[in-house]
Every structure is written in C-alpha cells, then in structure tokens.
Design a protein around this ligand. Structure first.
Ligand code: FDA
Length: 392
C-alpha cells in the first residue's frame, strides 16, 4: 500500500500548485487525475494563450456565498507571486487589457512549468487514475484507487467544477464534500453564452460574428466590454461576465452606446447632419451591416431632420437600454466556470481545511468561489492551492 503524506485528487491548476508547493516543503505528495493529461483546462484556456492571472485581482472580483472567504488566500499569494514563477521559467507574457496577463506563446508553457516544478520537488503524478472511495481512519484517510489502496494524513480535493465534461469535469468533489458532511451550494454554469429564442434570434443570426462595444447590466452588476452576436444568441466578454449574475427569467439591459448620452448624441447629429439618414449616422458607431439591420428592424431610416423629438427619444431609449430576455445559457458544455460548489462555511479560509473532517482540504473551483472573466479564476486556483500547501 502506498503511504504518502498527502494525496491530491485533480492535477489541474489548483492541484498542481498545491502539489509542487507542499512537496517543496518536504512533504511526500501523490497527485492523481483520471484524465490522460494534467491541466487540460490550462491548455484550452485564454484561446490557447492562457490568461494566467490578473494584475488587479481583488476579493471584489469573486462571487461566493461568503465574499470574505477568498481574502486571506488571495492576500498571501498574489498575481505577482505567480508572475515571478512565470518569469523564473523564462515564459514571455503580456498584458492584453484590463490587467489580464497572457502568455506570448502557448498555454502549454504554463502547464509545463507547473509540471516541471512538481517533478523537481518530487511529486509522484499518476494520470488515468480514478479514485473509487475515500474513508476516514484513526490517523488520516484511506483511499481505494486504480493504483490500489493508499493511506495518507491529508487528502486534498482539487477536482474543479462541472464545466466542459469532455475535459474530465465531474461532480466527484461535491460527492466527497457531502460524504463528509459539507453542504454544496447548487452548482450552475457561469461565464457562459446566452441562447436567444424569441424574435431577436433572427437579428442575432444575421449579425453572427459581429462584435460591438457595449455596457451590459443585470441584477445591479454592469460590465463594459464587447458583445458578440452568434447564431445561437449572444456571447463575448461582456455577456460572459454578466451571465454569472443572471437567473432564468431576468432581463439583461444592453447599452449599445456606452459612455454616450444617446439622446444628446442623436440630437447633436440631427443638428449637424440634418440630411443624413439615421442608418448613415448609426454606421459611425456600428458596422454598416448592423446599422442597416437595426434601422430595418427597429427604426424607420429617414433623414435625421424628419425624426420627431419623440422618435429620437424612443431610438435613444432602445440604443441605450436594449432589453433582452435570454431563453437560457449554453450550459456546462461551453461554460468557463461553475458557480456554487462546496459551501465555504465549513472550510477554513486560512488553510482550506474542512472543519467537518480534519485533514481533508478543498481548493480551486470545487469551492463556492468564482472569479470574473479575466484571469481571476486561475489566480484563485493558485492562491487556494498555495494556502493549503502550507499545512497539508
Ligand atoms: P481544473 O478543472 O483545472 O482541474 C480539475 C482536475 O481534476 C482536472 O484535471 C480533472 O481531470 C480532475 N478530476 C475531475 N474529477 C476527477 C475525478 N473524479 N478523479 C480524478 N480526477 C478528477 N480561467 C482563467 O483564469 N483564465 C483563463 O484564460 C481561463 N480560460 C478558460 C477557458 C475555458 C474554455 C474554460 C473551460 C475555463 C477557463 N478558465 C480560465 C477557468 C479555469 O480553467 C478554471 O477556473 C481552473 O482551471 C480551475 O482550476 P481547478 O484546478 O480548480 O480545476
């Protein structure tokens, strides 16, 4: 029977960070994953370039039943700590926008540096290895695995959330949490495109591939970034961000003229370009195709001087506060994260240790801590993995 000090289940972002850090402390670490590769989500992240952290990561960038839970870990392992690791391995990176740091090369560089660190620290990694059972014993835990029985003082659950099942996502972490008496906040897909099925679907389909700068609002939250029309509905960073705050039945308000007073802008154009058609004026800010479709479907296109003040007000209201009621989201198939997860009430925010079962730890996305889009979810994986690694 193998008898490491620590067994970590899940060789994703959080699991690898925890493994390499604990092993560097001198702990004998066994890292298990049922997938055929470590860090599959790292490999597919950031469009292949891995947005590995965000320079401005703060607790406000996270959603959780307890918004204070993430504070301690985030303060003890900052984006700059991870940047130091990236620099140590000579991986070139850049800020794309809004503090988001991406590799210049490929996501593999980030996954490989974590694997290098694990190998150097002596982590024993086994892929294609499932865990059938975990039981508490007098001096720790006993696991039934594809490698045979394993006994260890500490067990770390780093199995992530439910998004992208084809990449190896499972509800295993939630099952183990329930087995040891933890509550699980109902998981749901986050950072996910919307599906539109009502009359707007045709507009979305016709504009598929078009992206516009917009401010998107729902349930007291707002994000200004691009909205992308797709043949199924709406996507793009602004939509992914707001999807994490949206519930079935809610309307989403989209300001297509962010940063402008829409009415003042239209009145100014009527004064300065009275003979221009509305469609021509709108193509100053939208693509010609979009300006054409909006005027075909929403507003009569006639010279600006022929629009009455009431008409201009209606146009401004529509452009500045377009109300959309999505039919749903694309779900876990394309969601970047899972909202909800292991309730943080019974987990130590200092060490990620279970308060129900000493020696059991939960790190990364399996916990009810979810970041906004932009490198925040990896930062949580690094920080929570590092926090647990100090004590496992
Ligand atoms: P992660 O999901 O990374 O790892 C869990 C591991 O556990 C997997 O290796 C899995 O195989 C294994 N596992 C699951 N069940 C198991 C079981 N029963 N037995 C054994 N092993 C099991 N975030 C960000 O900050 N920047 C970005 O650019 C992106 N981009 C991005 C793109 C896409 C397409 C997705 C889907 C997600 C992102 N994310 C992201 C989110 C980010 O990938 C995610 O939050 C982290 O990978 C979470 O890290 P964890 O280690 O917690 O789980």
């Amino acid at each position: 029977m193998r008898t490491p000090d620590v067994v970590i289940i899940g060789a994703g972002a959080a699991g690898m960070m925890c493994a390499m850090t604990a092993a560097a402390r001198g702990r004998r670490v066994l890292l298990l994953d049922h997938a055929n590769k470590a860090g599959k989500k790292i490999l597919m992240s950031g469009g292949g370039r891995c947005n590995f952290t965000n320079m401005w990561a703060e607790p406000d960038n996270y959603q959780s039943g307890n918004p204070h839970f993430c504070k301690s870990a985030l303060a003890r392992y900052s984006p700059w700590d991870f940047v130091g690791l990236v620099a140590k391995h000579g991986v070139a990176y850049h800020e794309k926008k809004l503090g988001q740091l991406f590799c210049d090369g490929r996501s593999h560089d980030i996954r490989d540096l974590l694997l290098d660190e694990c190998a150097q620290a002596g982590v024993e990694l086994h892929l294609k290895t499932a865990v059938q059972r975990i039981e508490r014993t007098d001096d720790g835990y006993r696991l039934r695995t594809d490698l045979g029985d394993v006994a260890a003082e500490s067990v770390v659950i780093a199995t992530g959330g439910l998004s992208i099942p084809t990449m190896g996502a499972t509800g295993f972490g939630y099952e183990i949490a329930r087995q040891f008496g933890h509550a699980v906040v109902e998981p749901r897909a986050g950072l996910v495109p919307f599906i539109i099925t009502d009359a707007l679907k045709e507009l979305c389909t016709e504009l598929s591939g078009t992206s516009v700068d917009a401010e998107v609002r729902c349930n007291g939250q707002s994000f200004r970034e691009n909205v992308l029309f797709t043949h199924r509905g709406l996507s793009g960073p602004a939509i992914l961000q707001i999807s994490s705050f949206w519930r079935l039945g809610d309307a989403v308000e989209i300001d297509l003229l962010p940063g402008h007073d829409a009415l003042a802008w239209l009145e100014e154009r009527r004064a300065t370009r009275p003979d221009s058609e509305l469609r021509t004026v709108l193509s100053e800010v939208f693509t010609k195709r979009m300006a054409g479709l909006l005027t075909e479907r929403w507003f009569p296109s006639k010279p600006m001087k022929q629009h009455t003040p009431a008409e201009l007000r209606r146009i401004a209201e529509r452009l500045g506060g377009w109300q959309v009621v999505p039919a749903g989201t694309e779900g876990y198939r394309t969601a970047e994260v899972t909202l909800g997860g292991v309730d943080t009430r019974d987990v130590s925010s200092q060490t990620m240790e279970s308060r129900k079962s000493p020696g059991l730890y939960f790190i990364g996305e399996v916990l009810d801590v979810t970041g906004h889009l932009g490198g925040f979810n990896f930062q949580w994986a690094w920080a929570s993995g590092y926090a647990a690694a100090q004590v496992v």
